[in-house]
Ligand binder design. Structure first.
Ligand code: DHB
Ligand code: FE
Length: 283
């Protein structure tokens, strides 16, 4: 059967993708950011850890969806997904290969578990999905695993609660573990940490809150899931709400035994954003 082996959490700042694509990763501003992922690149390339499929929870930034259509939770069931983006334009990264059969299985299981997913058979993927891939895998000719994109609306209100995201993660784990193929699966939660991109508070960073929330996510995910929506916005800025996506990945981890913290990294600044990154292994 398929198995959730680990979860990965990372910010998805578009400027990180642009820095890598434009050969600036070793510049003094960016080097500390990329250094925080050196462990992660080795970790994911190790045959012990390398996943067959990554279930990648991210948010679209008006690339695939616009104000005309706003799915709260959308699962990508296509065989491939083209990189696209606003701002810097489509990144020069490999096409993202999906797993239509596995994605359809997960959709069936999760929808029968009372979570209403939007099924998307054609979808372009933006920095929310491709920057985490680049941070974890560098610049390969092809991405080394299949990816099931899972888009969460954290852009246009109303957005889903952290609690609902956490419960959804549990339903996703059940779906993955009922798939009749021996696959190593990782669930990734992306976006965050504290950042606000507009208005008088633009540039807001809250290190203490970010790190306390990370502690909770690791040690007491129920408590992290109970964080009210307004706390993300007040404490971590308007785009800090992206953090609810990390709760989907955390909910997909085994219950009972605490996960092993294989890696933890926090850095400020990257563009207007605090970068947070975690790797949790099921033991
Ligand atoms: C920026 C955009 C994002 O989507 C994000 O999550 C972080 C930063 C930016 O434009 O700097
Ligand atoms: Fe974002």
């Amino acid at each position: 059967m398929a198995k959730v082996t680990a979860s990965v959490y990372t910010s998805h700042v578009p400027a990180i993708g642009a820095a890598l694509d434009n050969g600036k990763a070793n510049e003094p501003y960016w080097k500390p950011v990329f250094d925080g992922y050196e462990f992660s690149k080795k970790w994911i390339a190790d045959p012990e850890n390398k996943p067959d499929v990554v279930f990648l929870v991210y948010n679209d930034h008006a690339t695939a969806f616009s104000l005309e259509l706003i799915p709260t939770f959308a699962i990508g069931t296509a065989a491939e997904f083209q990189p696209a983006d606003e701002g810097w334009g489509p990144r020069p990264v490999p096409v993202v290969k999906g797993d239509p059969e596995f994605a359809a299985h997960i959709a069936q299981s999760v929808i029968q578990d009372d979570f209403d997913l939007t099924i998307v058979n054609k979808m372009d993927v933006d920095h929310g999905l491709t920057v985490p891939l680049s941070l974890m895998c560098g610049q390969p000719e092809e991405w080394p695993f299949k990816v099931i994109p899972f888009a969460v609306n954290v852009v246009q209100y109303p957005v889903p609660s952290g609690r609902r995201c956490y419960m959804l993660g549990k339903a996703i784990r059940k779906a993955i573990e009922s798939y009749d193929k021996d696959l190593k699966v990782q669930v990734w939660g992306t976006g965050g940490m504290s950042h606000q991109l507009q208005g008088p508070r633009a540039g807001l960073i809250n290190r203490d809150w970010d790190n306390e929330w990370l502690d909770k996510l690791i040690e007491d995910p129920e408590a992290a899931a109970a964080t009210p929506h307004i706390d993300y916005v007040r404490e971590a800025g308007s785009e800090g709400i992206e953090l609810v996506m990390w709760l989907i990945a955390r909910g997909a981890m085994s219950e009972g035994a605490k996960p092993k913290v294989a890696h933890r990294f926090y850095h400020v600044p990257a563009s207007n954003t605090a970068v947070g990154h975690l790797i949790l292994e099921n033991i």
